[in-house]
Design a protein. Structure first.
Length: 154
């Protein structure tokens, strides 16, 4: 990818920018023993719009997070660098086509790969809602639903 293509790929992430309320729905109960948890997220540009940063907060025991998204020129997509308050660091392959957002982690990175993860979200209601779902896969098993995640623009 040349500089112009990288700039175009970054510009496509503009629909994320802003404040969002987050609602997570757990089919088997949350880590806090609840069916639902609410949190908050912000997306903003940093370093002269070279990266998109997501900051998220949620009630204990759900970790607060920081994600840095940059263009992956080799794949033509994005890489999301994920960090959280548990001292967890992960890398996700990311795609975004203007309506559909995916995150996938299927390889060891900063930590061993005890399980694979993937997220698929869709922008709805004129970009004011992102409705998504996380899935998890342990070695030798099929993908299984982990939890629903809904972002609502503030």
């Amino acid at each position: 990818m040349d500089e112009h293509e990288v700039a175009g790929a970054l510009a496509r992430l503009e629909p994320f920018v802003g404040e969002w309320e987050i609602e997570a729905a757990f089919p088997q109960g949350s880590p806090a023993g609840l069916d639902q948890l609410r949190g908050h997220a912000t997306f903003e540009w940093i370093l002269s719009r070279a990266f998109l940063v997501q900051r998220s907060t949620a009630p204990d025991p759900v970790p607060d997070g920081l994600c840095v998204v940059g263009v992956d020129p080799e794949r033509g997509g994005y890489t999301q660098h994920y960090f959280d308050s548990r001292n967890v660091a992960r890398l996700y392959a990311m795609t975004f086509d203007g309506a559909r957002w995916t995150l996938t982690r299927e390889s060891p990175d900063f930590t061993p790969l005890e399980f694979s993860q993937r997220f698929t979200g869709s922008f709805e209601d004129d970009g004011t809602v992102i409705r998504g779902r996380w899935e998890i896969r342990y070695s030798g098993a099929d993908w299984a639903h982990d939890f629903e995640l809904i972002y609502s623009r503030v």
